[in-house]
Design a protein around this ligand. Structure first.
Ligand code: GLA
Length: 505
């Protein structure tokens, strides 16, 4: 009887917490929107309730910590030393037979997702080999200014809409559209090819474009013939973010090639450089390219893309940069755009000015994920922020409403104001925010924003703007004078909308 009871008890226990066969290697393929595939490998070793091992993607392999096994459930943390800041991510998963379902938490407004991995072996995870030693460069030596981008660069970039589908033909058609649909007239100038144009290097190490771009020099000539300029993209690492050939150890050579092709703008994206350089060398890595561009014999705008790491505003211009990304990648959603534009630019205004700008990433206007009201907010906020205005939509087929948003000359004049003073948030009450910047003519550009879910009254107080008395007000979206206002100016602003005004001196 005693043994029978024990046996039943044991069976019940085993049923409530059956220990899954956790030890082994698991692999999953994720298809990225840019057309590439990323493999994630999870190698685990269970020792009772303790779980060790690592998780690796194309970019990195990280040891797991705090790993636990509870029946068929597992959990662990990955702690990354992300440019000096510790970032801890918690993962949970369930194992059933040869399948591991891992919950991948979202980040930066991106939703979480489930990764379904299949067992590829039952071998226990070996300890991770020590990472290879990374290159440490001497500190950044100041690169003289190239004198370009006295106002924030304006143009178009292929990434947001076309990803890896960008080609010679797309670029020519975009240039045609830009030259004829009012964009060029409004000030848009650079046609920028983002990642996925790269081919292999020839025997002398010269970078070649891939089959999507048969002749880069001819393409540059075509774009120039439209009165526009051509931009290109590379990475200081061995590979670009999409896994194409990078510039690592070919900086002078690539800068010369770009100049010989007739390139006018380079976006230089960190990505795999983290695998080869010690992270404190990041500014010096950018300085190498800044100098190489300066020595290339052609004026080339230098755009730093390292997601704001290491307080880039402090040294971006010293590395020869004309603009630098301040955040991770934008997406075509209200959550992403508003978080980047409103929340992640605070305090950065001191770094912006003629020749050197904060870059909160390219525009999503017209890509379909936000309403026109939200796109007007996007355009207004970027203009107040003195941000580069790089359209990211298909300029060949935009609606008249989208074209009107992108080409509103009164709004663009705020972005391009010669004083180059980036706006600050002067007041915030709940979801209601007022942003303002001083203009070269002594006036002020003021955005009355409503991030909330209902229409709200928003008030800009003269005392918050350093003004007094009575001033003329003009609504830059309505293209209408609103008379004189004394002490303050108020407007009813729809949910997620803006009233953008210029207050005369
Ligand atoms: C990174 C950049 C993006 C884009 C892609 C291309 O994610 O931040 O803007 O250039 O790489 O692979």
């Amino acid at each position: 009887m005693k043994y029978l009871l024990l046996g039943i008890f044991g069976a019940v226990l085993a049923q409530t917490a059956p220990r899954a066969d956790v030890t082994g290697r698991w692999a999953a393929e994720t298809h990225l929107p840019n057309g590439t595939t990323r493999q994630t490998v999870i190698a685990l070793k269970a020792d009772g309730e303790k779980l060790t091992g690592y998780m690796s993607t194309r970019q990195e392999a990280d040891e797991i910590s705090e790993g636990k096994v509870n029946g068929s459930d597992i959990s662990f943390d990955i702690v990354r030393n992300d440019f000096g800041e510790e970032r801890r991510t918690h993962y949970t998963g369930t194992i059933s037979g040869d399948e591991l379902r891992l919950q991948m938490p979202g980040s930066g407004g991106r939703p979480g997702r489930e990764l379904v991995a299949k067992r590829v072996s039952s071998e226990a995870a070996q300890p991770l080999p020590a990472p290879p030693l990374k290159i440490t460069l001497p500190p950044l030596e100041d690169v003289p200014s190239n004198g370009l981008a006295r106002t924030p660069p304006m143009g178009w970039n292929s990434w947001n809409k076309f990803r890896n589908k960008v080609s010679d033909q797309v670029v020519r058609e975009i240039a045609d559209a830009m030259a004829s649909n009012g964009m060029k007239d409004a000030g848009y100038m650079y046609v920028n090819i983002d990642d996925t144009w790269e081919g292999t290097r020839d025997e002398q190490g010269n970078i070649r474009s891939n089959e999507k771009f048969p002749d880069m020099k001819a393409l540059a000539e075509y774009v120039h013939s439209k009165g526009l300029r051509l931009g290109i993209y590379s990475s200081p690492g061995p590979k670009t973010c999409a896994g194409y050939e990078g510039t690592f150890k070919h900086e002078e050579q690539d800068a010369k090639t770009f100049a010989a092709w007739g390139i006018d703008y380079l976006k230089y994206d960190w990505c795999s450089a983290r695998e080869v350089y010690d992270y404190h060398s990041l500014p010096a890595v950018y300085g190498i390219m800044g100098r190489a561009l300066l020595n290339s014999g052609r004026p080339i705008v230098f755009s730093l893309c390292e997601y704001g790491r290491l307080n880039v505003g402090n040294w971006g211009a010293r590395a020869g940069g004309n603009l630098w990304r301040t955040t991770g990648d934008i997406r075509d959603t209200w959550a992403s755009m508003s978080s980047i534009g409103f929340d992640q630019q605070i305090g950065l205004e001191k770094f912006a000015g003629p020749g050197h700008w904060n870059d909160p990433d390219m525009l999503e206007i017209g890509n379909g994920g936000m309403s026109d009201t939200e796109y007007r907010t996007h355009m207004s906020l970027w203009s107040l922020l003195a941000a580069p205005l790089l359209a990211g939509n298909d300029l060949r087929s935009m609606t008249p409403d989208i074209r009107e948003i992108l080409t509103n000359k009164e709004v663009i004049a705020i972005d391009q104001d010669s004083l180059g003073q980036e706006a600050t948030r002067v007041s915030k009450i709940g979801g209601v925010e007022v942003w303002a910047r001083s203009l070269a003519d002594g006036g002020h550009a003021v955005g009355l924003f409503n991030r909330g879910p209902e229409t709200a009254k928003v008030t800009a107080r003269w005392s918050d703007l350093g003004l007094s008395g009575s001033h003329k007000v003009r609504d830059l979206w309505a293209h209408a004078d609103r008379g004189e206002a004394t002490g303050e100016y108020s407007a009813e602003v729809p949910s997620h909308g803006v009233v953008l005004v210029k207050i005369a001196r």
